[in-house]
Design a protein around this ligand. Structure first.
Ligand SMILES: NC(=O)c1ccc[n+]([C@@H]2O[C@H](COP(=O)([O-])OP(=O)(O)OC[C@H]3O[C@@H](n4cnc5c(N)ncnc54)[C@H](O)[C@@H]3O)[C@@H](O)[C@H]2O)c1
Length: 401
């Protein structure tokens, strides 16, 4: 029997590694083929609120490559041995019947410079609205999981939604990530920016989200080295240890790594990765450097090596080193599913604007300056406590409709 789907998640970059892993994971969990290990929304404290079950969320999306989710999944298995072939075979009919039919060709102003801003926006709007209408979905969350694009500081000048409207007609080619975000907010769909690309942090879009009462959050999922940084840096501060240098070097071999090998795109990632330390150690001025290199043979297995040089009592110098070896997609995908459920829940509660209780999910959380992981995480715990059925009516960290 088919489940009733009230909710939709529209993945930009649907044939990418993170999207594919999220789609397979969602199907495998909802069909009880695997446990939801790695997902925060299945932790015991989360049971206090009724989040939409994965089975009620329909996944659709878009990609600029002509590919398929199943093809990406087999490629990941062949290269990185990440999914079991039995699981892939078992899920294959669902992928064909339920997922591939909801994925349409993507739009990219970066890859197709002949495409005008307005043409690109019109196509995106047509696709997301038809996904919502055809499947009779009450609410859709658009999730940016596409390849990272270059920083675009000029977007800060777009203060009002009208500035963006004007740029559509006469301005320079806008980044695709901005056009997707604009289309989502304009049509009252939630928006999550899991990438370092420009998104709803720009003033014109954050104001549009408030005007249209849309929940959104970003940016750049916090899954590995930065996660550890935001856990470890407060430890040095609270023991009155002075961090002299923090140097991190990341190597990865997946398509994301290849994209980040381009200097402009790498700049976006280094910007989001570098932001936390200065905020976490405001009274210290450590030498700080982040490097990223593409090493094809590593595939999805990302390695981060960090060297932390610090001094303590009587100026004695000491050091800490860590090596983090994680599967990039397996760390990111469960968070994507958590975020979709939590944004749908917020919409149901009438919350809109930046969802600051989701700060712990991101390297550069919107509207929340504190990078301390456990401070961020406690916002989520407090949010859940406030919304638990036994408590008084909700007053969220986000705005209310
Ligand atoms: N894996 C992690 O731990 C992690 C953490 C934080 C952020 N991210 C970000 O998530 C994003 C996805 O990562 P990934 O490993 O899946 O990358 P990927 O390269 O495997 O997938 C990206 C997909 O986006 C598609 N795409 C590019 N431009 C598009 C457009 N304009 N419209 C539609 N589709 C488009 C590509 O064809 C590709 O299939 C990246 O930006 C990455 O930096 C990943």
């Amino acid at each position: 029997m088919k489940h009733k789907r009230r909710w939709g998640a529209w993945l930009i970059g649907a044939y990418g590694a993170v999207s594919t892993t999220a789609i397979l994971g969602k199907l495998a969990i909802e069909k009880r083929l695997v446990s939801p290990l790695g997902m925060i929304t299945y932790l015991p404290f989360m049971k206090k609120i009724s989040l939409p079950p994965l089975s009620e969320i329909l996944i659709g999306g878009t990609d600029i490559r002509s590919h398929s989710v199943e093809k990406t999944a087999w490629e990941i298995w062949e290269k990185d041995r990440l999914f079991s072939p039995t699981l892939l075979e078992e899920l294959s009919p669902y992928l064909k019947e339920e997922v591939e039919t909801c994925i349409v060709p993507g739009v990219s102003t970066e890859e197709d410079p002949s495409l005008s801003n307005q043409e690109a926006l019109d196509r995106i709007e047509k696709d997301i609205l038809s996904f919502q209408k055809k499947n009779a979905l009450d609410f859709v969350v658009v999730v940016n999981l596409a390849s990272t694009t270059s920083p675009a500081p000029y977007l800060e000048n777009f203060q009002e939604p009208e500035d963006l409207e004007k740029a559509l007609q006469s301005g320079p080619s806008l980044p695709s990530s901005i056009l997707y975000a604009f289309a989502a907010l304009k049509n009252k769909m939630g928006y999550i920016n899991f990438t370092p690309s420009p998104g709803t942090e720009i003033p014109s879009l954050s104001k549009l989200a408030l005007a249209n009462k849309v929940p959104h959050m970003g940016k750049d999922g916090k899954t590995g080295e930065t996660l550890l940084k935001t856990v470890l840096a407060p430890l040095f501060a609270s023991r009155n240890l002075e961090v002299l240098s923090w140097v991190g070097y990341n190597i990865l071999g997946n398509m994301d790594g290849k994209a980040l090998n381009e200097p402009d795109r790498k700049a976006s990632k280094i910007q989001t990765k570098g932001a936390s330390l200065a905020k976490l150690l405001p009274h210290q001025k450590p030498f700080h450097k982040v490097g990223i290199d593409y090493v094809p043979s590593l595939g999805d297995w990302k390695t981060a090596w960090d060297f932390i040089h610090f001094q303590g009592f009587l100026q004695t110098k000491m050091s800490l080193q860590f090596v983090w070896q994680g599967s990039d997609s397996m760390l990111a995908a469960p968070l994507v599913l958590d975020l979709i459920r939590l944004v749908c829940f917020s919409w149901q509660k009438g919350e809109f604007g930046p969802l600051v209780h989701l700060a712990s999910f991101f390297k550069n959380p919107l509207s929340f300056e504190d990078h301390h992981f456990y401070h961020q995480y406690s916002l989520l715990e407090e949010y859940v406590a406030r919304h638990s059925s036994s408590n008084s009516p909700p007053t969220s960290t986000a705005s209310q409709k």
